[in-house]
Design a protein around this ligand. Structure first.
Ligand SMILES: NC(=O)c1ccc[n+]([C@@H]2O[C@H](COP(=O)([O-])OP(=O)(O)OC[C@H]3O[C@@H](n4cnc5c(N)ncnc54)[C@H](O)[C@@H]3O)[C@@H](O)[C@H]2O)c1
Length: 254
């Protein structure tokens, strides 16, 4: 019996990287996992991995930027499983670009995925959580949202916005026994990091990130999953509105 046995959890962007590791770990802890992603084949492959580890779940194709699609996806999950116990807002996207080179199309896409996505999924699950008088919402922000990150201005703004959203939801929803917390990864070894640090400067950028990190390595997706499991577990029932960096000491909050 895992610590999350019998729970239903949604993980967005779970076909790859950090989301995949979160889905696999929550599955190991006994939760039934809705693996949500734009990449349907990738989501199915993660469900197979969960099943081969002894867990269970289902794959759902949804674009986090489309509120109608998100509502439809949550309805399907609630019909199959009852209320959602745990929502992990993880889907994210960015490219490194100086602010002076950004276009309106670019920032609209960054805002839609990184900020509207968590708003959409949180709004879609919250009615069921209120009815159920419990729930845990965990959003993946970034150390970029706490301290800034050159070349990631609008993305960092969205990640800071996730923190403000989560602290406010934590206050509003506490009376329903719903907790809302944030995990901020530092640079983490995933396809996202390879993409944003691509090109000839990529290796140098990663090297500089590692040198700036007291624990002298990139995060592994599994490091982030451990923090998410804590916030999802009964051990964190009295913890809400909190922001936890998992970044080898790269940033240290006051
Ligand atoms: N990797 C890092 O260094 C790092 C650092 C800090 C924060 N983060 C954050 O962690 C989260 C996961 O990042 P990752 O590194 O695992 O990225 P990744 O690119 O490996 O995976 C992201 C997943 O999100 C999915 N996705 C993208 N847009 C979507 C949409 N509109 N609807 C549904 N799914 C969508 C992708 O298909 C992909 O499977 C993101 O929120 C990212 O901002 C990552």
């Amino acid at each position: 019996m895992g610590i999350l046995s019998g729970r239903t959890a949604i993980v967005t962007g779970a076909a790859s990287g950090i989301g995949r590791a979160i889905a696999l770990r929550l599955g190991k802890e006994g939760a039934w996992i809705a693996v949500v992603d734009l990449d349907e084949n990738g989501a199915r492959a993660v469900v197979k991995e969960i099943e081969s580890g002894g867990g269970s779940g289902g794959a759902f194709k949804a674009d986090v930027t489309d509120f109608g699609a998100v509502q439809g996806c949550v309805q399907q999950i609630e019909t199959a499983r009852g209320a959602v116990d745990v929502l992990v807002n993880n889907a994210g996207w960015d490219l490194i670009l100086p602010f002076s080179e950004m276009t309106e199309d670019f920032w609209n896409k960054v805002i839609a995925i990184n900020y509207k996505g968590p708003v959409h999924f949180s709004r879609a699950v919250v009615d069921g959580m209120i009815r159920n008088k419990k729930g845990k919402i965990i959003s993946i922000s970034s150390d970029a949202g706490r301290v800034g990150s050159s070349g990631e201005s609008v993305y960092a703004g969205c990640k800071a916005a996730i923190i403000g959203l989560s602290k406010t939801l934590a206050r509003e929803l506490a009376r329903h026994q719903i907790t809302v917390n944030v995990v901020c990864p530092g640079p983490t070894d995933t396809p996202f990091l390879k993409r944003v640090t691509g090109g000839e400067m990529g290796a140098k950028v990663i090297d500089a990130m590692i040198k700036a990190t007291p624990l002298r390595r990139l995060a592994k997706p599994e490091d982030i999953a451990g923090a998410v499991v804590y916030f999802a577990s009964p051990d964190a029932d009295f913890v809400t509105g909190q922001v936890l960096s998992v970044s080898g000491g790269l940033t240290m909050a006051g």
